[in-house]
Ligand binder design. Structure first.
Ligand code: ADP
Length: 377
């Protein structure tokens, strides 16, 4: 259902032309710099109330996309809408109603947090009594109320980022764009920002478009995700949908059993395919971790039955969801056409700047690549 914007004087959103039912939509959005395709034919959909994770490695095109969607950069081709407004024709209106926290914000170090927010409220022409109230509320929300009179120059990076977030919200936006908001923050700073975003989304139904290369952040915060690589969309959907895309519709099973000579013998006679993850010949290992490699892993009861029949003593049974990290590497490494219908595959073309030049990679190769990546990090 369409929800039209109101000209509520408590909001700076004075246009009636916006429609939040389809918060963000792009169609074949493209940005080319010389011979670099920063963003190639990107089509994404963000629903109202989503926390949408825009995931991709450095240089994937995340910032370029955000700048185009926020009306700060003209696309080379393609179209996009934010709250029903055209990103080219209505760029001014879009800037008025959205919130944007860029990757690095400029701060006026001589101002304090209150002055800084009031200054931005002035730019949005928010009436002064509303601006004061909103400034106080936001400083409270981002945990800076007690430091609101301290010059920003004395703020830590985490405090500046929280202040940046408050500034992003000063015009009471229903859609916010955040470009790597937790980059360079310590774990506590990251957690603070993530909590504020969750609260905003739950309590104020703010749609959050969050660009990040932190897989754990995206998987814990976002209900839907788009994965971008070298300017191209690799996949979009919920984590569950992405799991299905890489062929993992259900979690696999990990069984932990007590180690003994009998157990070692019984394991080798099991009638199902397993992968032993512990050194079973080391008698100091009291427990053995085993992954179940077959379909049978979908049935916990059946698997337990097989283990009990073999005389194995079960200590723990756990389902292992394929993590977003696994999904990400599968999708970016294994570029099979059938995994991603949006990608137009030109077989045999050696186009290193495109995710379309693909090779068929075995699962073992994938595993090796993943391991070497992890050890590089
Ligand atoms: P991300 O935000 O995912 O790190 P960017 O959108 O910043 O990626 O960049 C995507 C690609 O576009 C990169 O290869 C980058 O070097 C290139 N790029 C970005 N801005 C410009 C520019 N103004 N001129 C030329 N190339 C650019």
């Amino acid at each position: 259902m369409k929800r039209r914007g109101s000209s509520d004087s408590h909001s700076s959103n004075q246009d009636n032309d916006y429609d939040y039912s389809n918060s963000i939509h792009t169609s074949s959005l493209t940005k080319i710099y010389g011979n670099i395709s920063a963003v190639s034919s990107l089509s994404i959909n963000v629903n109202s109330g989503d926390i949408f994770g825009f995931l991709g490695p450095n240089g994937a095109g995340k910032t370029t996309t955000i700048r185009m969607m926020c009306g700060l950069l003209s696309p080379s081709s393609g179209t996009g809408k934010v709250a029903g407004l055209d990103i080219v024709k209505d760029s001014l209106k879009i800037r008025r109603i959205i919130g944007l926290l860029p990757e690095s914000s400029g701060f006026y170090n001589w101002m304090n947090a209150e002055e800084y927010l009031l200054y931005f409220a002035g730019l949005y022409r928010i009436e002064s009594y509303i601006a004061r109230k909103r400034t106080n509320d936001l400083l409270e929300k981002v945990g800076l109320a007690a430091k609101s009179f301290v010059p920003i120059g004395y703020y830590s990076r985490g405090m500046k980022q929280r202040l940046g977030l408050a500034r992003t919200l000063i015009n009471n936006p229903k859609i916010i764009f955040l470009d790597e908001p937790t980059l360079g923050l310590d774990p506590k700073g990251q957690q603070d920002i993530q909590k504020i975003l969750l609260d905003l989304n739950r309590e104020n139904n703010v749609t959050v478009f969050l660009s990040s290369h932190a897989l754990s952040e995206v998987s814990s915060l976002c209900n839907r995700i788009a994965i971008l690589n070298k300017g191209r969309l690799i996949a979009q959907g919920s984590i569950e949908e992405l799991r299905r895309l890489v062929g993992s519709s259900s979690a696999s099973l990990l069984i932990r059993i007590l180690n003994s000579h009998d157990a070692q013998k019984a394991l080798s006679d099991l009638p199902i395919q397993i992968k032993v993850n512990s050194d079973i010949n080391n008698n100091d290992n009291k427990l053995i971790d085993i992954s179940i490699l077959e379909e049978v892993s979908k049935s916990v009861n059946k698997t337990i039955e097989i283990f009990e029949k073999a005389g194995l003593q079960i200590y723990e049974v756990r389902r292992l969801d394929m993590s977003l990290e696994d999904i990400f590497f599968k999708l970016t490494d294994r570029r099979k056409q059938q995994l991603h219908p949006e990608v137009k595959v030109e077989r045999g073309k050696n186009n290193s700047n495109s995710s379309t030049s693909f090779d068929i990679t075995t699962d073992q190769q994938l595993e090796n690549k993943k391991m070497s990546r992890r050890s590089e990090r």
